[in-house]
Design a protein around this ligand. Structure first.
Ligand code: SAH
Ligand code: SF4
Length: 346
């Protein structure tokens, strides 16, 4: 079974082969087979014998249960089967001529943000490293089969809270950024968190080389907590402290995400409070007009007020962009992933 192999880092694979009587140099050949399509015909004889004794099945990542193509022509979504009958969604988008994969880190999510379909569905389980790697292998296999070029960017913005599944996520990222294999650039990977403070601090302490995006949605505790219930556990002021710590330790700019909801968090007063809150933190603010989900009645802020909110933040010296809407017709937009069949349309 390939089962297990795709969840190992290179060093762990080396260790495993050694424990099964092979040499560490064989890890390189096997790694190339796993991630670079090297043919087993070229394996050294002992590795070939070992390889033939395994049942190395499906090489193309997760099995597809359902697939959607958005009418925007630039977004594709897959519902991928997991071995225990659960499933997760993975999205591939094209932005400015480059491919970005949006990957899930959990089946469901425990954080309960009121406006998010994943949060509305609740938490089922964490994904293992292999299940995260599989999503990217699947996307790469698709791009290769269609001769569409290389995957460039990865965002952990699919189903789940990546910092609630820290070990598995970091393990998967180490695997996919290994230069001998998939070789994705760590600087092209962005991890988005609802604000799990211990995870943010740990990323800084461990000097993880990925970009961090923090979902804020409110610049005052009562506004934020009404949208993001876990803000009671990891309060806004402590979250901002953790972001300062992260910024100082890593000297990296932090992305702050703000889902704009009419009448809830889209006033110019909130823009001013946000500007105050982030003072001194190297920040890029990303505004996301609310995408519809079945269990939340809020409406997206309309175009004029979105521009006004953005304008105010720019006046205050912030880099601020409005995220392009993608795949809304097939529920592939931010916060619309639910991981079930037949959810292509709302
Ligand atoms: N759990 C992580 C990453 C997944 S959600 C996090 O919360 O950051 C990715 C982004 O989509 C987050 O910024 C989240 O706040 C946003 N989002 C969730 N539901 C949304 C919706 N209905 N409309 C717009 N953005 C949404
Ligand atoms: Fe979980 Fe993120 Fe959705 Fe909140 S927005 S429920 S943290 S996936």
């Amino acid at each position: 079974m390939t089962s297990g192999l795709y969840g190992l880092t290179f060093a762990e694979l080396e260790q495993r082969l050694r424990s099964e009587g092979l040499k560490s140099i064989h890890a390189r050949s096997l790694w190339s087979w796993l991630y670079r399509g090297k043919s087993p015909e070229q394996f050294p004889a002992p590795l070939k014998r070992w390889w033939e004794a395994q049942e190395l099945g499906n090489k193309s990542g997760g099995k597809v249960r359902q697939e959607w193509q958005s009418s925007d022509g630039l977004t594709r979504k897959w519902l991928l089967d997991l071995s225990d009958g659960e499933s997760v969604e993975t999205v591939l988008m094209r932005f400015s001529g480059r491919w970005t994969a949006c990957v899930s880190s959990q089946v469901g999510c425990a954080m309960g943000c009121v406006f998010c379909a994943t949060g509305q569905a609740g938490f089922t389980r964490h994904l293992g490293p292999e299940e995260i790697v599989d999503q990217l292998r699947h996307v790469q296999a698709y791009l290769e089969a269609e001769a569409l070029g290389r995957l460039r960017n990865v965002v952990l913005m699919g189903m789940g809270e990546p910092l609630h599944n820290y070990e598995a996520v970091m393990q998967a990222l180490e695997i996919v950024t290994d230069r001998r294999g998939m070789n994705l650039g760590p600087g092209n990977i962005t991890l988005s968190t609802v604000g799990v403070i211990p995870g943010i601090r740990r990323m800084a302490e461990e000097q993880r080389p990925y970009h961090l995006a923090v979902s804020l949605h409110g610049a005052r505790e009562e506004i934020r907590s009404a949208l993001v219930p876990v803000s009671r556990r990891w309060p806004l002021d402590e979250l901002i402290e953790a972001c300062r710590f992260y910024g100082e330790r890593t000297e990296r700019r932090i992305f702050f995400e703000w889902t704009l909801i009419e009448g809830a968090n889209d006033s110019l007063e909130q823009a001013d409070e946000l500007a105050e809150l982030l003072q001194g933190i190297p920040a890029h603010i990303n505004l996301i007009p609310l995408n519809p989900t079945s269990a939340y009645a809020g409406q997206a802020t309309s175009c004029g007020p979105v521009q006004a909110f953005k304008g105010r933040l720019k006046e205050r010296g912030y880099v601020c962009t409005v995220r392009q809407r993608r795949g809304i017709d097939v529920a592939a937009g931010c916060g619309q992933l639910r991981g079930g069949e037949g959810v292509g349309r709302l």
